[in-house]
Design a protein around this ligand. Structure first.
Ligand code: C5P
Length: 225
């Protein structure tokens, strides 16, 4: 029997990352944060001065990435690029914008495909991204498309940044989120959209626990799970 995959796709700020981590922890599954791979490609391009207008060069770079995902001493997320801790740099708005640019290039997506598939290991995988259910794991046992209103996503991001001592205007964040949504949904390669057999879950006004439990409940009722 093939290793079960739970695909959780959706726009930025929908809470996918948090929900995917909770679901993976609850089931003892592996986790794939596919956005991190696009972010790492953008970060490596900046460090190695690779031309952001050259999809083939960026795809070569994506194939050569030396990446390790782990946990820090407090159990938090840690990402290493060429043995260097890049966890914080990975989450900046600048890296996010670079990720969204390289993610629109077919050769880069192709280059990262096998790497993403290699995360599928027993006992199972929770994969978080934009095209997990449509492109990378079309045979996922459960496909969730997680959404939240643009206002709610901007508010969440605003709070996250404020907690880190960073003061950005809510209006500017809303604009950024809407721009990124537009780029991700309107691009010609692997645009952001729910798989035909995805279950859409709107997390606006719902707690992390409620959303996590809904996904776990759906998973338990799935064939092949
Ligand atoms: O999820 P995260 O914000 O880390 O993703 C960064 C960018 O990478 C997204 O804006 C999107 O353009 C791209 N991405 C993608 N396909 C994925 C995951 C992320 O195109 N599976």
């Amino acid at each position: 029997m093939s290793v079960p995959v739970i695909a959780i796709d959706g726009p930025s700020g929908s809470g996918k990352g948090t929900i995917a981590r909770r679901v993976a922890d609850a089931l003892g599954y592996h986790l794939l944060d596919s956005g991190a791979l696009y972010r790492l490609t953008a970060l490596a391009a900046r460090r190695h001065d690779v031309d952001m207008g050259n999809p083939e060069a960026l795809a070569r770079l994506a194939r050569s990435l030396n990446i390790e995902f782990g946990r820090d001493g407090q159990g938090g997320e840690m990402v290493l690029l060429n043995y260097e801790d890049v966890t914080n740099e990975l989450r900046t708005e600048e890296t996010g914008a670079g990720a969204s640019a390289v993610a629109a290039m077919g050769p880069v997506r192709e280059a990262l495909l096998e790497l993403q598939k290699s995360f599928r290991k027993p006992p199972g995988l929770v994969a978080d991204g934009r095209d997990m259910g449509t492109q990378v794991f079309p045979d996922a046992v459960l496909k969730v498309f997680l959404t939240a209103s643009a206002e709610e996503r901007a508010r969440r991001r605003h709070k996250q940044l404020k907690d880190k001592g960073i003061d950005v205007s809510l209006a500017a964040l809303s604009r950024d989120i809407e721009d990124r949504d537009r780029r991700d949904t309107e691009r010609s390669v692997a645009p952001l959209r729910p798989a035909e057999d995805a279950r859409v879950l709107d997390s606006s006004g719902q707690s992390i626990e409620t959303v996590t439990n809904t996904v776990l409940d759906w998973a338990e009722r799935c064939d092949g799970f």
